[in-house]
Design a protein around this ligand. Structure first.
Ligand code: GLN
Length: 400
């Protein structure tokens, strides 16, 4: 039960001793449902403002709505090619070359998936043999724990340093004969950390020396602040054929419910990923893949505007949290603030419960991002309308 956590509400059902199938445990018993998504259900139940799950409460660009409606009207309603509609893979290849500087052949190196969630899961299933070890920097996005359990990987959690930089000695020590892959998330959820060129070079050296695959989740690549730059690990010399770069339309275009993401990798890895993807989901929603083509045609000004909007939201929430007595830093990227709550005298789960029930604001308990620990942390998202954030900050003032 490596990843079993208690869950915050009463929603999570026990599959332990005494249940009908307790004599027949399965891998589903080794982890709980997502606490992030559970918090959304609790927010709804308590009519609280949802600063827990990272999704926008504002509309996506109008161009995408039109393109999605037209795709349905124009009968793009049957399966797309399993690994993604050709025009979407072609457009992705151009976009990734322009923004990330990497070359991917749309015919053999790009797989369109049901969100980055499936991209990560399919990639792990494609690469891991049960028992293989996978390095996971901690804190980490909660999906990676269950992803490891489902794929049979043995996660080796390596704590980031206090400032969330890489502790090189700890990483080197974590690698064994059984290590197969490293999971990286930059810009990072929940910390906002953007891994630097020199940190990425260190990871590259570790991967090359030990013949490891890097699975890099770059879903927040366009949400960066203060002139910081996102660099794709796959761009570094020696990483071309040993990196799976995972991206998505969800956060960049505010369409988290569309479930369209992608995995970019060299031909050998892609061939494996495509097979797993094919039998897992057959493909991502066909009309929304057509709308994703329209998203990729948006001008550069769209991306600048997105980062500017999130910068403003970042400051609204940061100021509100500070005023309410939270200890926190401005993140460099992504759209979360990872706070320290030690001064409030409650652990993360108790405090999250108090916030959602009594204050009317939902956040994610810090322990969701650690295999052990995190009880002094709480994560808030600022992927919400300014007015939603202002309302939440007003409610949080009741704490101080
Ligand atoms: N990435 C978002 C978060 O961390 C949402 C995750 C999800 O529910 N798929 O909150």
């Amino acid at each position: 039960m490596k990843h079993a956590r208690s869950g915050i509400g009463k929603i999570q059902k026990a599959t332990g001793a005494g249940s009908l199938f307790s004599a027949h445990p399965s891998r589903a018993d080794t982890f709980t449902e997502s606490v992030i998504r559970e918090m959304t259900r609790l927010a709804l139940a308590h009519n609280a403002i949802n600063l827990a799950q990272g999704f926008p409460d504002f509309p996506c660009p109008g161009e995408l709505k039109i393109a999605a409606s037209e795709a349905v009207r124009n009968d793009h309603n049957q399966y797309a090619i399993t690994w993604g509609a050709k025009n979407l893979r072609d457009a992705l290849s151009v976009r990734v070359k322009k923004f990330n500087g990497m070359d991917f052949d749309p015919e053999t190196e790009i797989t369109v998936t049901c969100g980055s969630t499936e991209a990560m899961m399919a990639s792990m299933l494609a690469i891991i043999r049960p028992g293989d070890e996978v390095i996971v920097p901690e804190p980490f996005y909660e999906n990676y724990g269950p992803d490891a359990e489902i794929s049979g990987a043995v996660p080796k959690y390596v704590p980031l340093a206090g400032d969330f930089s890489i502790d090189e000695e700890a990483w080197k020590k974590a690698v064994t004969r059984k290590t197969r892959a490293i999971i990286l998330n930059t810009p990072n959820n929940p910390t906002g950390k953007i891994f630097t060129k020199s940190e990425l070079s260190f990871i590259r050296d570790l991967c090359v020396e030990n013949n490891l695959v890097a699975l890099t989740d770059e879903i927040y690549e366009h949400i960066v602040y203060d002139g910081k730059k996102h660099i794709s690990l796959g761009l570094l010399d020696g990483m071309e054929d040993r990196t799976v770069t995972i991206g998505s339309f969800s956060k960049t275009y505010s369409v988290t419910g569309w479930r369209v993401g992608y995995a970019l990798a060299g031909e050998e890895l892609t061939a494996r990923i495509r097979k797993i993807h094919d039998f897992l989901t057959v493909g991502a929603p066909a009309p929304l893949q057509q709308a994703a083509v329209a998203a990729l045609a948006l001008p550069d000004s769209y991306y600048h505007g997105l980062a500017e909007e999130y910068d403003r939201k970042r400051h609204i929430l940061f100021d509100g949290l500070k005023k309410a007595g939270f200890s926190c830093e401005l993140p460099d990227g992504a759209y979360y603030i990872f706070t320290d709550i030690a001064s409030f005298g409650k652990n993360d789960v108790e405090f999250a419960r108090h916030l959602v029930e009594k204050i009317g604001v939902a956040a994610v308990p810090g322990s969701s991002f650690y295999h052990k620990g995190g009880e002094t942390k709480l994560r808030f998202t600022f992927s919400k309308k300014d007015e939603t954030l202002h309302d939440a900050c007003t409610r949080l003032e009741k704490l101080s």
